[in-house]
Design a protein. Structure first.
Ligand code: IMP
Length: 196
């Protein structure tokens, strides 16, 4: 059973493939030969997730889903949020994004933050929008080599290691995408009879 994940992000693809039952074949945009970078012009994670999933649904007519995710920092009024990938500019420079967060926080003792992941799903002519979150804190140094994006500066609540230090197995137990994926798996299971 095939379902298209509307992403070019290999890290996200690997994470989701590890989380979804192997009875579903998760294909990326590359796998269907779609090279287009879908413009994320929405003002919210929900809007961007819908833009990406709608593009695949309406261009290819396939069952599909997308993830739009981001980091929200309380002391920065929820920034970088929907701009997480491009916080320091359109180049999507991860190092510069992290430096900008440190500079904006400027040593603030309120380091409370969360990752949110919003999935928009087109499945058998039905639409779903679901969300997962992981709460935690920002630190002012990079720790760990796993994961991607802001993982080296984010310590999930109840842990003393960053997501980058925890590694993929632990990250996949607690992450925002893992929470959203659990709900997605349930939706897939409920629809199993109708997927081609
Ligand atoms: P998107 O591809 O528009 O959803 O951008 C998401 C951005 O949020 C990524 O480029 C990362 O900077 C950040 N992000 C999302 N999920 C994660 C994660 O699991 N770890 C670290 N950073 C993440």
């Amino acid at each position: 059973m095939k379902i298209i994940f509307a992403t070019q992000n290999q890290n996200k693809l690997i994470e989701i493939k590890n989380l979804i039952s192997s009875s579903y074949s998760i294909l990326s945009l590359n796998d269907i030969n779609c090279k287009k970078e879908i413009e994320e012009i929405g003002l919210t994670l929900e809007a961007n997730a819908k833009i990406k999933a709608d593009f695949v649904r309406f261009k290819y007519g396939l069952n599909c889903f997308s993830d739009d995710s981001g980091l929200e920092i309380d002391a920065l009024n929820g920034a970088p949020g929907v701009l997480s990938a491009r916080y320091s500019g359109p180049e999507k420079d991860n190092e510069a994004n992290i430096r900008k967060i440190w500079s904006e926080l400027n040593g603030n003792s309120n380091t409370k933050a969360r990752f949110r992941s919003v999935f928009f799903i087109h499945l058998n002519n039905k639409k779903y929008c679901i969300e997962g979150q992981v709460e935690g804190n920002i630190i002012f140094e990079k720790r760990g080599t796993g994961g991607f994006g802001y993982d080296p500066i984010f310590i999930p609540k109840g842990y003393n290691k960053t997501l980058a230090e925890l590694g993929p197995i632990e990250k996949n137990k607690i992450s925002h995408r893992a929470q959203a994926t659990k709900q997605f798996q349930k939706i897939l299971n409920d629809n199993i009879k109708n997927i081609y």
